[in-house]
Ligand binder design. Structure first.
Ligand code: GDP
Length: 378
């Protein structure tokens, strides 16, 4: 049907709504379609249950009893920025705190396309088969900008999402890295109280996200692909230093030799660096996340177990967890002060002028700082 034809059809209909102006032209193309008589529709009448607001005890009991729906609601509460939700979330967290801390917390990073999701899926399924319960979280502070999160489109982890002992939660998508990190830390606690044995936290190399993930996990796994160690594959400087294991993925088919060469290069590079965890020499291995026998992910898991045994024996595990908790407190203080400072209207208004004066040389940076602080404390 041509456009002209369809226009004339629209003009001819006599069931145009009453609110179309008398001389309304073709632009008023809406006309009313008769709806279905509700009685004639053969669908069961669903009476919408009024949504019950959960009490702190409901959250507590649900989480402790491994109720996934309640866990998800608790995480939504944790992720909310509404002041009343923040308060309730803190009450829930305080109650569950004695049940937290027992999981192995593992950070996983690597450049896009290295195979993080594929590895997490393979490792997650492997662990579920061993009878373990696995939670997968993500830190992706870029998701606010790109409107999509790394775990948002997790059709990528279809197999794992079908495992009843796996729980996958996309990255909280609001705010600064500090804000996202707080939510993820608290989500870790909720998952631990809900009995997850292994928490996998994925991140991509955005800003400081790897450092942030390192600050909340026991073991940090960096996934790379075969390629020159010198270029560091787009990995930010410093990420190799914080890793407990570098796993070179896609060591399959024609890639195997190439992967082995990459392994040697990273081993050499690491020999000049300090280990990320005292008492544990950072491991470098090759593997294939697509190996149907799961040989790669099973050796990764064996190494993680060896690691946990060593760090529990030498006390580093407990020391690190304590430091992480204390650092968490102070990073939240810094975050809060920073946000209050920049959100003060007088500061926000004067910043462009101050920038201008500093750039034109009329004001020294130190004077600028003093001026801003004096305005803030006024
Ligand atoms: P991510 O961006 O790091 O999460 O990477 P993905 O897990 O989405 O994987 C990126 C691509 O690499 C996908 O097409 C995977 O199928 C492929 N891939 C992942 N692991 C392997 C592997 O071990 N061998 C091969 N040949 N391809 C892989």
């Amino acid at each position: 049907m041509g456009i002209e034809n369809s226009k004339s059809n629209i003009n001819n209909v006599d069931n145009r709504p009453e609110w179309v102006p008398e001389n309304g032209g073709d632009e008023f193309t809406t006309y009313v379609m008769p709806g279905l008589d509700p009685e004639s529709v053969n669908a069961p009448k669903v009476k919408l249950a009024k949504r019950k607001k959960l009490s702190i005890d409901d959250y507590y009991n649900g989480i402790i009893n491994k109720d996934i729906t309640v866990l998800s609601k608790a995480i939504t509460l944790i992720e909310s920025n509404a002041p009343e939700h923040i308060l309730s979330a803190q009450e829930v967290l305080k109650k569950i705190l004695p049940h937290t801390g027992k999981a192995v917390r593992i950070g996983i990073s690597g450049p896009p396309g290295a195979g993080k999701s594929t590895t997490i899926e393979a490792l997650g399924c492997y662990l579920c088969k061993q009878g373990l319960r696995v939670a997968v979280l993500a830190i992706d502070p870029s998701s606010t900008l790109t409107k999509g999160s790394i775990l948002g489109d997790k059709t990528r982890m279809e197999l794992l999402s079908r495992e009843k002992n796996a729980y996958i939660r996309p990255s909280p998508s609001a705010g600064t890295l500090g804000g996202v990190a707080r939510k993820t830390r608290e989500t870790i606690l909720a998952c631990e109280a809900a009995g997850y044995d292994v928490i996998l936290i994925e991140t991509i190399g955005v800003g400081q996200s790897e450092i942030t993930v390192r600050s909340m996990v026991d073991f940090f796994l960096l996934i790379l692909i075969p390629g020159s160690g010198d270029e560091l594959q787009g990995i930010k400087k410093g990420v190799v230093e914080i890793s407990d294991m570098i796993a070179i993925n896609k060591a399959d088919g024609e890639n195997i030799q190439y992967a082995n060469r990459t392994k040697v290069q990273y081993k050499q590079a690491l020999s000049m660096l300090q280990d990320a965890t005292p008492g544990w020499g950072t491991k470098v291995m090759t593997f294939s996340a697509l190996d149907p026998k799961n040989l790669g992910v099973s050796s990764i898991w064996t190494e993680i177990n060896n690691f946990m045994e060593i760090v529990k024996n030498n006390g580093i595990f407990y020391k690190r967890r304590q430091e992480q908790t204390i650092n968490w407190v102070f990073s939240m203080v810094e975050e809060e002060i920073k946000s209050r400072f920049y959100n003060t209207p007088a500061i926000a208004t004067i910043i462009p002028d101050i920038k201008q004066e500093v750039l034109s040389g009329d004001m020294t940076p130190t004077t600028a700082v003093n001026k801003l602080l004096s305005i803030y404390y006024k």
